[in-house]
Design a protein around this ligand. Structure first.
Ligand code: IMP
Length: 455
């Protein structure tokens, strides 16, 4: 049996908590896309672990697999492994030999390309994610398996690095430096390859995972980022360069759709919305300088109730980027967005989190549909320009009080404040999916579980 965890919004929905909770029953947790742009926070007992590349399950001793659909920065890989080992853990990890490697020039080019976009920048994490996927599609990438064979590595580098150097120097007019030097890269990455081999970290991931399934093991596919920043189904071009949606659990792991579709697909929903970086956010409250399009903080009255509400939710929810520390943009829950995500990934159920963050507000809103050029629209339009023109129609719900969330967890779903249940059931009904769990705090213990897909 499998379960797939997918972000249903713009990333940062709190997937780490759900992965940790439902992953307890999994034998293997597989990341199928993205790289060290992810930023998962896992709270386990009194310890908080911040991971950006390793599957969160490794914290609990579950086997972690970094699938072929991921892009891997070996430096981050070893840093995170070493940090967990220093804290007394013994992560059981393997990396797909087909996964692509983030090279130094990818990171540099990420920065250069962002700067070149002027006001239209994507607001990337600067980790080289986009340029690495670009080279994968352009058939000039370096894969984990290539690091294991110095001759192959050298051949790959001798082909690609001069092209990248020319791009940096001749197209963008910057001084290329060591990040574009074949010899320097070769020495560092050959050493990474040696360490990968010494520690037996690499694997033919699809074949390995099939063996585990044949042995009767349960698999969890852990998506990173969210559906609205999916390169195909997100608000292009303000997207990441991979597919966080469930289809990529197949292509990014080496297993087929009947394996993924045989199990549950869980959409992770934050009870409100956040976004890091540029692009539309129809239900946005107030705005964030440098991120919200056309937002002018000088023209804002600091007593504006919407500004206060946005700041309140941001601070209560700790809505500052795990990877970059940037304040996140905040908005009300957006149902058209969730309908889109539920269809793209065939959600069987949802987990709604951060319900405690909204507690204490007099009223809570949900964007239920859009008005676009006079028409009612119930899902996300295909172009980002059309999405930006959408006006939101809201349903207003009575708020719920701050309560003792520990006793709610102990007593179960019916112990949640009634208005919170009304809100949650409205969302699940609209999406025609089950409500699997409700998050009322950052730790995995702070979750009211109605149904655990792997149990
Ligand atoms: P990249 O993935 O670094 O190329 O960034 C592309 C876009 O995806 C930017 O808007 C980032 O802010 C966003 N992004 C990437 N990873 C995450 C994440 O884990 N959470 C939220 N946004 C993300």
């Amino acid at each position: 049996m499998t379960v797939t965890i997918v972000g249903s919004q713009l990333g940062d929905e709190g997937k780490g908590g759900a992965v940790d909770l439902f992953g307890e029953a999994a034998d293997v947790v597989v990341r199928y896309q993205g790289g060290d742009n992810a930023g998962h926070t896992v709270v386990f007992g009194d310890e908080t672990y911040k991971l950006s590349l390793l599957p969160s399950g490794v914290v609990r001793g579950t086997t972690g697999v970094i699938g072929n659909g991921c892009v891997v920065n070996p430096e981050t890989l070893f840093d995170e492994l070493d940090a967990l080992r220093e804290r007394g853990l013994d992560p059981d990890l393997c990396v797909a030999e087909r996964a692509h490697v983030i090279m130094p020039y990818h990171k540099v080019l990420d920065g250069i390309e962002e700067a070149d976009r002027d006001d239209n920048e994507v607001g990337t994490t600067g980790r080289g994610i986009g340029p690495t996927y670009e080279d994968k599609a352009g058939r000039r990438g370096v894969r984990i398996g290539d690091l294991l064979d110095p001759e192959v590595l050298r051949t790959r580098l001798e082909y690609v690095v001069p092209q990248k150097r020319a791009l940096a120097e001749e197209v963008f007019g910057v001084d290329a430096g060591d990040a574009f030097d074949v010899e320097a890269i070769f020495e560092t990455y050959r050493a990474f390859g040696e360490r990968l081999a010494e520690e037996g970290l690499t694997v033919d991931a699809g074949a390995y995972l099939q063996d585990r399934i044949d042995d009767g093991d349960e698999l969890m596919f852990e998506g990173a980022q969210g559906t609205l920043i999916d390169i195909d189904h997100g608000n292009y071009p303000f997207v990441t360069s991979s597919n966080p949606s469930a289809g990529a659990a197949c292509t990014g792991s080496g297993l087929g759709p009947t394996v993924v579709g045989d199990g549950d697909v869980v959409g992770i929903v934050k009870g409100y919305l956040t976004r890091v970086g540029n692009g539309p956010l129809p239900t946005e409250l107030a705005g964030v300088d440098g991120q919200t399009p056309d937002y002018d903080s000088d023209a804002v009255d600091s007593d504006d109730p919407e500004e206060e509400l946005a700041t309140y939710i941001r601070d209560e929810g700790g809505e500052y980027g795990t990877v970059t520390g940037r304040p996140r943009r905040v908005g009300w829950l957006d149902l058209p967005m969730l309908r889109h995500a539920a269809r793209v990934s065939s959600f069987t159920g949802i987990v709604v989190g951060h319900v405690d963050v909204l507690a204490g507000l007099e009223e809570v809103k949900i964007g239920t549909s859009y008005r676009l050029d006079g028409e009612q629209v119930d899902t996300v339009p295909p172009t980002t320009e059309a999405w930006a023109r959408c006006e939101v129609e809201y349903e207003t719900f009575d708020g719920w009080p701050e309560v003792d969330w520990d006793s709610v967890v102990a007593d179960g779903y019916e112990a949640l404040p009634e208005n919170a249940r009304t809100y949650l059931e409205y969302v699940a009904d609209e999406l025609a999916v089950d409500l699997y769990a409700v998050g009322v705090g950052p730790g995995r213990e702070e979750t009211v579980v109605l149904e655990n897909p792997l149990e």
